[in-house]
Design a protein around this ligand. Structure first.
Ligand SMILES: Cc1cc2nc3c(=O)[nH]c(=O)nc-3n(C[C@H](O)[C@H](O)[C@H](O)COP(=O)(O)OP(=O)(O)OC[C@H]3O[C@@H](n4cnc5c(N)ncnc54)[C@H](O)[C@@H]3O)c2cc1C
Length: 426
């Protein structure tokens, strides 16, 4: 029996993870380069990623695989800050209440302690309840609700809690109480230590993963005939398959299948994601912030997260590279030049540099970044993927499984799928 003809759509980390564990498969990628959302580019003498990317993986096998590609800057203790109303305080806010004005600190602590009593043992039904039960009303209303509005653009009660692992820390009463009594060293943050390439941006450590993979670049899939098992590409080419592994966005894939039934289309239409805008800036001054990155709670500032690429790579050169990220609903089409101008003015005010010190600035929009983990996501994704699976189409990766995963997990998801397809089905 000849080997099944398996083709892969997308050469991001999930596609590469699959391909490296399925010898003989071909990977069709719409772009002219592999790497997907983990790619980096050079601008104004600095490397920028598609939003702040760091390697905080604890997966030994992954670190062995990617750790030798390029010299890495090892950050033993990250500095992560928050900004609100002209005040800087350490991240995450609940562990550093001492940094807040006395009245806020006391209100936050009182509400936090009351919540521990009031909601003990209760299971939160959504993100709003999760925050209320974990942190109490003051932190919910004055921090988490503000940030959710800027970042997710979805009411908190519509968000699920399945995305929280590895992001917010489960509340630890003793730490929070201690953090309200005096300055606290951050010991438990998820990103306390990380690695980042000294040169070339985040993708410098991942680029070798594409070596040896049968890559077909500039091949954008536009139609999938799920019955005849044929993929058509924008350049007019076609490929048949026994199994199709797709890492491209699930709604896009369903849209390419003319005979996808209405219920599957309806489920795919429920999937929401964020449009991401990155403002990349190089300023001719050093040390504009002690932070590796910081979060901005102020509603009047569009920017949600700001990172400093030279601080990630450990480079000192008399300049500061800044990446400011703005997250919008996927359908938003903002005036980008106005957004850039406002972001530069806001950054200048926050970081205290004059416009004349800006050496280079650009704005880049990415149509998809974080998937929105709302309450509809899980059932809708299962419905779509079950239907696809029945037609020889498996999906994996950040947008293929429509579930947030870090880069190491995206690659591991591709690898796990290759292993699962190899095993005989029960
Ligand atoms: C804002 C942000 C910050 C992040 N920060 C970190 C971090 O700090 N650390 C970390 O480890 N991870 C981070 N991640 C996660 C990491 O970027 C992803 O897990 C990983 O890049 C996802 O890889 P993927 O292959 O699943 O998806 P993708 O990278 O999206 O790959 C899919 C590929 O499919 C291609 N494609 C799309 N449509 C078609 C088509 N029609 N035909 C053919 N090809 C197509 C795309 O061009 C792309 O190359 C972050 C993610 C985001 C969004």
């Amino acid at each position: 029996m000849s080997a099944p003809n398996v083709i892969v759509l997308g050469a991001g980390l999930a596609g590469l993870g699959f391909a490296r564990h399925w010898p003989g498969c071909r990977v069709f990628e719409a772009d002219g380069e592999p790497g997907g959302h983990a790619r980096s580019h050079e601008f104004g003498g600095a490397w920028f990623d598609r939003g702040a990317h760091i390697c905080h993986s604890q997966d030994e096998a992954w670190l062995k695989l990617v750790g030798a590609a390029t010299p890495l800057h090892e950050m033993a203790k990250s500095t992560v800050l928050n900004h609100k109303a002209g005040r800087w305080f350490a991240y995450p806010v609940q562990n550093h209440l001492f940094d807040l004005p006395k009245a806020d600190r006391e209100a936050a602590l009182a509400d936090f302690l009351a919540a521990q009593e009031k909601y003990r043992g209760r299971e939160p039904k959504n993100y709003e309840e999760w925050c209320r039960f974990q942190y109490g009303d003051y932190l919910l209303e004055n921090f988490y609700r503000l940030y959710t509005a800027k970042y997710w653009h979805v009411p908190m009660a519509e968000l699920a809690t399945d995305w929280l692992g590895g992001r917010l820390l489960p509340s630890q009463v003793a730490n929070i109480v201690a953090g309200a009594q005096g300055p606290a060293e951050e010991k438990q943050a998820v990103f306390r230590t990380f690695r980042y390439p000294c040169r070339g941006g985040f993708f410098a450590m991942l680029a070798p993963l594409a070596e040896g993979v049968d890559l077909r670049l500039n091949k954008r899939a536009v139609r999938v005939d799920a019955q005849k098992r044929i993929v058509a590409f924008a350049d007019g080419g076609e490929e048949s398959f026994d199994s199709l592994v797709s890492t491209i966005p699930l709604p896009e894939l369903v849209g390419m299948i003319p005979d996808a039934p209405a219920d599957v289309r309806a489920a795919a239409a429920k999937l929401r994601a964020l449009r991401q805008i990155c403002v990349n800036v190089v300023v001719g001054r050093e040390n504009l912030s002690p932070a590796n990155w910081f979060y901005v709670y102020d509603p009047e500032i569009d920017v949600s997260r700001v990172s400093f690429p030279f601080s990630l790579s450990g480079e000192r050169n008399g300049r500061t590279a800044i990446q400011a990220e703005i997250f919008l609903p996927q359908a938003a089409r903002p005036d980008e030049s106005a957004l850039l101008e406002k972001a530069l003015a806001d950054l200048g005010r926050l970081l205290k540099f004059p416009a004349s010190a800006i050496l280079a600035a650009e704005i880049r929009a990415y149509p998809l970044s974080y998937v929105v983990s709302d309450l509809a996501r899980g059932p809708a994704v299962r419905h779509v993927r079950d239907w696809l699976r029945g037609r020889g189409i498996e999906t994996t990766g950040l947008f293929g499984a429509w579930e947030y995963v870090w880069s190491d997990r995206a690659f591991a998801g591709g690898r796990a799928l290759a292993q699962a397809l190899r095993e005989p089905r029960p």
